[in-house]
Design a protein around this ligand. Structure first.
Ligand code: APR
Length: 262
């Protein structure tokens, strides 16, 4: 890993438009399970049950959805950023981050210190709830408290529309602005760093392909192999936290050397 992290740190120094692409593997060290690893969310729940159409069409599906989502939210609510989140925030402070394109709904990038304008949430955000009819926004903790008391699917107090955590379910339309922005930034990037994603869910998983085709160097940091490993310029099969911590240390050392060299 030593040479690899050294190389990534050097590529960060040499690059101008660095995009970090994040998946659930970035947050497992913060206590939030991912989806496709053993013991992950889709190991315990059948993803077929959580299609958007099901949520819209039946009260039973909505209750099932809220039950699964409440369990996930419990780990998100307690979670703190880990060294990988902190390293990405530090890259922004060092002026070495164009943006983070994240599939994660846990808002930990903001808790770690990344600014709103540099985080593109492709799959939404689980820390608030919206009405699917009028778009009214609700605080997640308030709705969870209501759900705990009533055990009924929450409805909008304004228009009686269905309330749903502001995340994107399978079969639900992707957020237009965020998706366009993510495609655009991926195509303009010169270094694209994937951290903790199995890269199997589209359209998110096409971002590394777009970046690579547009000439970017592609780095993948993931515990398990991904379908893009062969296309990558460098692959590290390791833990996100320690790997990003080491890359950041190397980056700081090299920045210091280059400053002294001037
Ligand atoms: N360090 C590095 N890699 C890790 C770590 C870790 N600490 N923990 C898990 N991983 C890796 C796993 O090996 C796995 O390949 O992270 C990857 C997570 O993959 P998924 O669980 O498929 O998560 P993700 O790629 O984000 O899923 C995409 O699918 O279910 C939907 O909407 C959901 O946004 C999600 C999307």
């Amino acid at each position: 890993m030593d040479d690899s992290t050294e190389k990534v740190a050097q590529w960060i120094i040499d690059s101008q438009r660095i995009v970090v692409f994040a998946g659930a593997g970035l947050s497992t060290e913060s206590g939030i399970p991912d989806f496709r690893s053993p013991g992950g969310v889709w190991d315990r729940y059948d993803p077929e049950d959580f299609y958007y159409q099901n949520f819209i069409s039946s009260e039973t599906s909505r209750l099932k959805y809220w039950q699964m989502s409440t369990e996930m939210y419990e780990s998100i609510r307690k979670a703190e950023p880990n060294p990988a989140h902190l390293a990405i925030a530090e890259m922004e402070k060092l002026g070495k981050l164009d943006c983070v394109i994240t599939q994660n709904v846990d808002a930990l990038h903001f808790k770690a210190g990344n600014s709103e304008e540099r985080v593109i949430e492709l799959h939404g955000n689980a820390t608030y709830v919206t009405c699917l009819s009028c778009g009214k926004r609700y605080d997640r903790d308030e709705i969870q408290e209501q759900l705990r008391k009533t055990r009924k699917v929450p409805l909008c107090e304004g228009c009686s529309g269905l309330l749903k955590p502001a995340t994107i379910s399978f079969g639900q339309a992707m957020p237009v602005r965020e998706t366009e922005e993510a495609y655009n930034r991926s195509s303009l990037s010169d270094l694209f760093i994937v951290i903790g994603s199995s890269l199997v869910v589209e359209p998110a998983a096409s971002m590394p392909r777009i970046a690579k085709r547009s000439g970017a160097k592609l780095v993948i940091i993931n515990r398990d192999p991904t379908p893009y490993d062969d296309a990558a310029d460098l692959v590290i099969h390791g833990e996100a936290g320690p790997t990003m911590k080491e890359i950041l240390e190397k980056l700081r050392e090299q920045l210091k050397k280059s400053e002294m060299g001037r």
